[in-house]
Design a protein around this ligand. Structure first.
Ligand code: FRU
Length: 484
């Protein structure tokens, strides 16, 4: 394309949000800790912004969730079953199954094919094939094996069946696939297998009331013995809470006494969004060796009404930081940035209410305790994080500037605290063009992109706050830029 990395301000690059050195990223895929190494695969089109740039899996690894190395595109759409993309999927670890007696890894994903011709690509013209790859070390990938084709799904399915998530439970392997039926209702298919290779249809997970026309990126979460279905329903723009966005990401608790594998009917009224920010979709979870359930999301949207990559960028999108999930007593899931990120903190500084601090780089971890209604944290005089109306509001002061503004067309998002709870804590991670906000013990979370114009980061605090601490943050992504 003749573009160089210098075409966008380097201050927009991230130091602890995973992003590829060049090209387009979307969903996190194949998340796992395998042989002691964290692997994050992701949807990747390295040739972006070339039109129709091939979509495969990118790969990044880390030993600490902080310092990442990027290995480029490792699953390419190079067979007849994935001509239009090696789409999203997952990883599972097979204990002791490798040739050396150690663990082996299996990657499951969807091959996407659009047949040439005059099709609607919903009921005809599209193939969705489930594939699997094995590897003994996480790097040298074995051959691609086809597990299921469209003819293997129930006849009520449209062509849209994708994003396998696999887990082990009760001596069997289970797979869920997000799907759209012929009546334009989103749902999840459940498959069962003894060996993880031959799969038998087991059931369907639906909501009692219709909830969108397609469910993408379904995931099964188990916390303290309770299960949740995480998924991304599409067709939600008319819902009062949807901020007009077609594509949403959230979860529904599996009813007491039921198992997701048994295909329960879920209550759509209990759907809770993962994130109230501008840029969040397609999250995936995994359980690490310490038993933590960790979520990573895509800080982007399939059809954002605002800028994802202002003109001249040769890369697009990043992932959220790893978020550790916990189950609160009321069943809500709380999210906290992985504590490993604190390794990037520089010296601690105090911020006084009414005061401001300047940092040389656009990277900071800001922790506020004892906040109250009217507490406002302002970044670069433009992005406000405000405690108000029993919740938290994120707003761009120059929103009227549209795409020319720091928010690139983003304006305002709010999230109320649960059941009249008072918000007392606030944490803001600033990382180049990525900002994540965690409040009320991780019940309120916002992910947003922004495109700051200044080289320095200015953090100002107003209103009540018992203690405000701030750390400049280091760069965990240096090895990734080296890969460019
Ligand atoms: C979600 C999604 C998935 C699909 C992938 C393709 O963002 O549409 O359903 O597998 O992205 O890149």
């Amino acid at each position: 394309m003749g573009m160089t990395k210098a075409t966008s301000p380097s201050s927009w690059r991230c130091g602890f949000h995973l992003m590829p050195p060049v090209g387009w990223l979307n969903d996190p895929n194949g998340l796992c800790q395998f042989r002691g190494v964290y692997h994050v695969f992701h949807q990747y089109s390295p040739a972006w912004p070339e039109p129709n740039a091939p979509r495969g899996w990118g790969h990044a690894t880390s030993r600490d969730l902080v310092h990442w190395e990027h290995h480029g595109m490792v699953i390419a759409p190079d067979t007849d079953d994935e001509t239009h993309g090696s789409y999203s999927g997952c990883a599972v670890v097979l204990t002791g199954a490798a040739a050396d007696g150690g663990d082996a890894l299996r990657l499951y994903y969807t091959g996407n094919v659009k047949e040439p011709g005059d099709y609607d690509y919903i009921r005809s013209g599209r193939r969705a094939t489930q594939l699997m790859i094995e590897t003994d070390d996480g790097f040298a990938l074995g051959p691609k094996r086809v597990l299921m084709r469209n003819g293997d799904y129930p006849i009520t399915c449209s062509c849209h069946v994708r994003d396998p998530k696999v887990w082990r439970e009760g001596g069997a392997w289970w797979m869920i696939l997000g799907a759209r039926d012929l009546f334009d209702r989103g749902f999840v298919l459940v498959y069962r297998s003894d060996d993880g290779v031959a799969w038998a249809f087991h059931g369907q997970v639906r909501t009692r009331d219709d909830f969108g026309y397609m469910w993408e990126c379904s995931d099964r979460i188990a916390l303290d013995g309770r299960e949740y279905l995480s998924f991304c329903p599409q067709g939600m723009e008319e819902r009062p809470w949807a901020c007009g966005l077609r594509d949403q990401a959230g979860y529904i608790p599996v009813p007491d006494g039921a198992r997701l594998a048994d295909a329960p009917v879920l209550d759509a009224a209990t759907f809770r969004r993962w994130d109230a920010g501008f840029d969040f979709y397609a999250p995936q979870t995994f359980t690490d060796d310490a038993g933590r359930t960790i979520l990573i999301g895509w800080m982007g949207l399939p059809e954002p009404p605002y800028a994802s990559a202002p003109a001249g960028m040769d890369w697009c999108h990043c992932l959220t930081v790893p978020r550790v999930l916990s189950r609160a007593a009321d069943g809500a899931i709380t999210q906290a940035p992985a504590p490993e990120l604190e390794a990037l903190r520089g010296p601690e500084r105090e911020l006084e209410p009414g005061g401001a601090l300047k940092l040389a780089d656009h990277r900071a971890d800001i922790v506020l305790a004892g906040v109250d209604e009217g507490t406002v944290l302002t970044l670069d005089g433009v992005l406000e994080v405000r405690c108000e109306n029993g919740g938290v509001t994120l707003s761009f002061a120059d929103a009227a500037a549209g795409e020319a503004g720091v928010g690139g067309g983003r304006a305002r998002r709010s999230c109320a605290a649960d059941g009249g709870r008072a918000v007392r804590d606030l944490r803001v991670l600033v990382d180049g063009s990525a900002v994540e906000v965690f409040a009320d013990g991780g019940r309120i979370v916002f992910a947003t992109r922004w495109f700051p114009r200044a080289d320095e980061l200015t953090v100002a605090l107003a209103g009540a706050c018992e203690r405000a601490r701030l750390w400049a943050m280091g760069d965990g992504m240096a090895a990734t830029w080296g890969a460019a």
